[in-house]
Design a protein around this ligand. Structure first.
Ligand code: NAD
Length: 345
């Protein structure tokens, strides 16, 4: 069976999820939506993805034809032929969209801009794939939460308990975003703790974690500064922690001193050098020389490519909801192999 996937909201995340799905042999893109005939439509046309309007009203649908695009109908027409819709709309419109998905009887995946309570389930590949099997809908957690989950879940599974304090040093805006800031300030998130730590607990409630966040004037990546307290008898060394992460997928570990990759700018340049589409880096980047285990206290930094770490997780989440792959590692392997092929690696 080929899973029929619709993308509602063909923006930064939507266009990437579409290509990642398109690369898989067990699923296909049956359509993507745009709110209006803007420049993103050209990309969908070039990729051969059928274009639909985000809304059902005739006037908005007709606007596409007037601008020279073939529009196959409104969202309802798309949902009628879909097994699952990946909602990549801007955050906080999910509740209204969910009603439409439920009425259409289609499975749905939201993104991290939506609340766990609205979606009712949350997802990361390594934390809770099994709990999401055959669910009606879920939410792939945010880029930061996905990044935290990648390195903390293996630690938790090794140690059996984990207490974490972390600071998210967040990019101010995506590179293609002209409306956000700050451009000349450091902006602390004045809600303490920030949502990121508690959000990890929506996929791994056993991890005791709090977070703070600041936005800084950069567009490239987020950087996390993490302090984790391991339980007595953890049996790890600094090298042991690195070995543990090396045995888990979607984590890249490199020495800043040896590679010269000491900032997020060089991490992104590395992603471009290895030929990643859009210069994406789906993996979490950990600096080997920024990791230190001192007794029970583990310190480390990691960098998160905000536009892309959640992309392969959406593909795995589709398999979880459709119940077509029970083993999260098998899904990750399949997803990443197909994505590597489209990256030409
Ligand atoms: P975006 O603004 O780049 O794209 C959103 C798209 O949805 C646009 O094409 C927009 O026209 C369309 N849209 C607008 N209203 C809509 C509606 N009612 N229904 C359907 N589509 C609608 O946003 P994005 O950065 O791709 O973010 C999408 C989601 O992914 C958000 O929940 C966000 O929090 C989450 N997310 C974003 C990032 C990131 O760094 N960009 C990372 C992880 C998760």
């Amino acid at each position: 069976m080929t899973i029929k996937v619709a993308i509602n909201g063909y923006g930064t995340i939507g266009k990437r999820v579409a290509d990642a799905v398109d690369a898989q042999d067990d699923m296909e893109i049956i359509g993507v939506t745009k709110t209006r005939p803007a420049f993103g439509c050209d990309l969908a046309v070039r990729k051969g993805y059928p274009l639909y309007c985000t809304f059902d009203d005739e006037e908005r649908i007709a606007a596409f034809a007037k601008a020279g695009y073939t529009c196959h109908g409104g969202l309802s027409d798309l949902l009628a032929v879909a097994d699952v819709v990946v909602d990549c709309s801007p955050g906080k419109v999910g509740a209204a969209n969910k009603e439409v998905y439920v009425a259409a009887g289609v499975k749905y995946i939201f993104q991290g801009g939506e609340k766990h309570a609205m979606a009712e389930m949350s997802y990361t590949s390594s934390a809770n794939h099994a709990e999401n099997l055959n669910a009606q809908g879920t939410r792939v957690v945010s880029c930061n939460t996905t990044g935290l989950s990648r390195t903390l879940v293996p630690l938790y599974e090794h140690c059996g308990s984990l207490k974490v304090e972390c600071t998210m040093i967040r990019r101010a805006a995506d590179p293609g975003d002209s409306a956000k800031g700050p451009i000349n300030a450091i902006k602390p998130v004045l809600k303490v703790p920030s949502h990121h730590g508690p959000d990890v607990m929506t996929v791994k409630p056993e991890i005791d974690i709090n977070s703070m966040a600041v936005a800084v004037p950069t567009t490239l990546m987020h950087c996390h500064s993490i302090v984790a307290t391991l339980p007595d008898g953890h049996g790890l060394t600094t090298q042991g922690v690195l070995d543990l992460w090396s045995s888990h997928p979607r984590i890249i570990i490199m020495s800043g001193a040896q590679t010269g990759i000491t900032t997020t700018a060089e991490v992104m340049e590395y992603a471009r050098d290895i030929g990643r589409k859009w210069g994406d880096l789906h993996e979490i980047f950990v600096w080997e020389d920024g990791v230190k285990l001192d007794g029970n206290t583990l310190y480390y930094f990691q960098a998160i490519h905000q536009e892309s770490d959640v992309i392969p997780e959406n593909v795995d989440a589709i398999r979880a909801l459709m119940g077509t792959e029970e083993d999260w590692r098998a899904s990750v392997e399949k997803t990443d192999a197909a994505i590597s092929a489209y990256n030409g690696l």
